[in-house]
Design a protein. Structure first.
Length: 753
């Protein structure tokens, strides 16, 4: 080989090596570190002027490391105004900022915000960018945009047609409902929407265009061009008999409709009565803990209700345990070949059976599914409530809560209930805003029953300032302090956003910048304290207990401590001691509306244990006078009867039934009248001791629902959409209560039937 070819070959090999190294380096950089990507979508492609647009952002971390301080930024185009956000998005001038926080590798998060457009006749492109504290290995996917056309709507006549694939159903049968929107005008309709109300005899199964809200089914149709039509379909299921029930629907759009007479339509469905000797068995399953721990026992409780119309015989519950669960014991059920069997026997109409088993987990997995089913000899007209699966997350892996789903042997599974987030028992060192005149102990007052209870009166409520912040040790969990995160609170008014930060409890808190925004928390206990966050530009946080103002807390960091480290941290209020029992906490934010000032709630801690022991006061020799000395002679010891040992037999569950009526006083006569009930209001029953969800149901067209639970604990009924609660004390026997909510129409315009 001559020198020329030898040199040429050397150059070619060198170039190949360089290209290979460059290729491998670019591949490592692409696959390593942090790689954020963002996509953007709008609720509508064509929007009439002065209407809202919802932008939805999906942020992914495609890298192999956690991204910190992840933030999405949107400089709104001219003519666009920020309205609100259900997530962590705020606006300063015309720039929307969505604070995501940490984003683990190979995970994503979705945030959204609502804007209003006023520009007419133009296609407006809006772009968003995402960034983190780390260098992004691929910046080409950090920006996304979407284009929306803003138009001036014209009068458009829409007509609605409704039809069903089957109009006569048996129990558990399904029918496909088709809603067709016809545009008979020479103009197009925009933001077209269908509203659908179902009778209580039918339930929503699925739809590609529709979703269930608190009071109705809403179907987003979008744009219907002139002289054309658009159709949506829904799958419905018969869950109760009823002759000639009617499904009613209405269509609307962003403009005006010159002929509203054809905007509404309905479909009549007949659901045949089940045979008189049939029995509808409904099964529910719950666990004694929200998460499982390997090696710790957990109690599973099965509840079966016979909804008739006839009696059920040879009723049996079967639960094939997964391999990772081990049967320990049961007072009601037996185990054979790793399958639990509970022989219930005969259940008359409306009878309730409650049985329990104790199990333990043997290995740690992200979640343990446990499915149970109930059967009887008689024909069961509704098989969809015979099977339930309880998914238990691991306490060492997952932080989510158990989910209960119901299904039969088909592939369709419908989620029906979730338990509230697990409580966290704490014993930590915290920064507390105290006051020398109040202190942790409170003062003693005497009730009408003659007992002394520790109570702090509202007149002793204090405002925190920089002079009264001190470091204290929170009482040990031995004394009954239990922590509830801010997600457990019920939003009553205003908008609250979830924020994530490492030094907050459970790495998150809730923030509001709305004037008068408030959160509510019903609880049972003897004391409460609130963990709140300091803010660079804070506001006043008012604490109301049972409707009375107890304290006003300033959250501005300059009012707390001019030199804190870090600036944003969690502080905790003094303990507010109360008479034992049920109480209602309301937290109100006195912010100045959208802007820099805000209130941040981290957690709530409830005290339900014995009193925290106070240090004994020393007695000096000067106090030992004769008047304090009592000499006792001739002490005689006598025998006492033996103390009875506690019984190992568990207390039987009592049946608690509450009739709930939610109505709007349309004629202002102060009483419930015909056509004043609110349909579709969600009512939840939770156990007071651990907030375990017992049942979720909804009101019918008359605003009525009967809630029945079998439990040994006190029960609180909640209506989340109204922020209302009703306490039922369990006295160990059958309880029957009634809860009537008569609302003023001016307060709830969206709920008027």
């Amino acid at each position: 080989m001559n020198t020329y070819f030898r040199n040429r070959l050397t150059v070619m090999l060198s170039v190949t090596v360089i290209l290979f190294v460059a290729f491998m380096t670019s591949r490592v950089l692409a696959e390593g570190g942090v790689d954020l990507s963002v996509t953007m979508a709008s609720s509508d492609a064509i929007v009439p002027a002065d209407n809202n647009i919802t932008y939805t952002l999906t942020i992914n971390n495609l890298g192999i490391e956690t991204a910190t301080f992840v933030t999405a930024t949107d400089s709104l185009p001219t003519g666009f105004t920020f309205i609100s956000s259900p997530d962590a998005c705020i606006v300063i001038e015309s720039t929307v900022t969505c604070t995501v926080g940490d984003l683990v590798a190979d995970t994503s998060v979705v945030v959204s915000y609502i804007v209003r457009a006023s520009s007419i006749g133009v296609a407006v492109s809006n772009a968003v960018s995402v960034s983190s504290a780390e260098t992004d290995s691929d910046s080409t996917n950090n920006v996304a945009s979407v284009t929306v056309t803003i138009v001036e709507p014209e009068p458009t006549d829409l007509a609605l047609l409704v039809s069903a694939s089957q109009t006569t159903l048996e129990m558990s049968d399904e029918t496909e409902l088709t809603l067709t929107v016809m545009n008979t005008s020479n103009t197009s309709s925009y933001m077209t929407r269908l509203m659908l109300t179902l009778p209580p005899q039918l339930s929503f199964v699925s739809s590609t265009h529709c979703a269930v809200t608190a009071i109705a089914i809403v179907c987003e149709v979008g744009t219907v061009t002139h002289l054309s039509s658009e159709s949506v379909t829904l799958m419905l299921r018969a869950i109760a008999p009823g002759d000639a029930v009617t499904i009613a629907g209405t269509v609307s759009h962003a403009g005006t409709d010159p002929n509203v007479a054809n905007d509404a339509a309905g479909q009549t469905i007949t659901i045949n009565d089940p045979p008189p000797d049939s029995a509808d068995l409904a099964l529910s399953i719950s666990a004694s803990a929200n998460q499982y721990t390997v090696g710790s026992n957990m109690v599973l409780t099965y509840t079966v209700i016979n909804r008739g119309p006839g009696a059920a015989s040879q009723v049996q519950i079967t639960d094939p345990l997964v391999a990772d669960l081990r049967f320990i014991s049961s007072p009601d059920c037996t185990l054979s070949t790793n399958e639990i069997t509970c022989d219930v026997g005969v259940l008359a109409l409306n009878d309730i059976y409650v049985g329990s088993v104790t199990v333990t987990a043997m290995v740690t997995t992200p979640a343990l599914p446990n499915a149970a089913s109930v059967t009887g000899t008689e024909f069961d007209p509704n098989l969809y409530n015979n099977v339930q699966t309880l998914v238990l997350p691991s306490s060492s892996i997952a932080t989510s809560t158990p989910t209960v789903v119901t299904a039969i042997a088909t592939s369709r599974v419908t989620a029906i209930a979730t338990s509230p987030p697990p409580v966290q028992v704490v014993s930590t060192q915290v920064a507390v805003a105290t006051n020398p005149s109040v202190g942790q102990g409170g003062h003693a007052t005497q009730n009408s029953d003659g007992n002394n209870d520790t109570v702090i009166s509202p007149s002793q409520a204090v405002s925190s300032n920089s002079e009264n912040v001190s470091e204290v040790i929170a009482p040990s969990d031995l004394y009954g302090w239990t922590r509830y995160e801010s997600v457990d609170l019920i939003q009553v008014t205003g908008t609250w956003h979830l924020r994530t930060i490492a030094n907050a409890s459970d790495t998150g808190y809730h923030e509001s910048r709305d004037s008068g925004a408030s959160l509510r928390y019903p609880f049972e206990g003897e004391g409460i304290r609130i963990g709140y966050r300091s803010e660079v530009h804070g506001a006043t946080l008012q604490i109301h207990l049972d409707g009375v103002l107890w304290a006003s807390i300033e959250t501005d960091v300059t009012d707390i401590d001019p030199t804190p480290d870090p600036v944003r941290q969690t502080l905790v209020t003094p303990v507010y001691w109360l008479t034992p029992g049920y109480h209602l906490l309301d937290l109100s934010c006195l912010a100045e509306g959208q802007g820099s000032g805000g209130c941040n709630i981290d957690y709530v801690e409830v005290f339900t244990g014995p009193p925290v022991p106070a240090p004994a006061e020393s007695i000096g020799e000067a106090d030992l006078t004769d008047e304090f000395i009592i000499i006792v002679n001739d002490v005689e010891l006598v025998s006492a009867p033996p103390t009875l040992a506690p019984s190992a037999t568990p207390a039987p569950a009592s049946i608690i039934t509450v009739d709930v009526i939610v109505s709007i006083d349309l004629n202002a006569n102060g009483q419930v009248d015909a056509n004043e009930g609110i349909d579709g209001i969600t009512v939840r029953a939770v156990a007071v001791s651990d907030n375990a969800l017992l049942v979720t149901t909804r009101t019918d067209s008359a605003g009525f629902v009967r809630v029945t639970v079998a439990t040994t604990r006190d029960v609180v009924l909640l209506i989340p959409i109204l922020g209302e609660s009703f306490y039922v004390r369990n006295r160990g026997s059958t309880e029957a209560e009634a809860w009537h909510l008569l609302l003023e129409p001016v307060n709830v315009p969206g709920l008027i039937p």
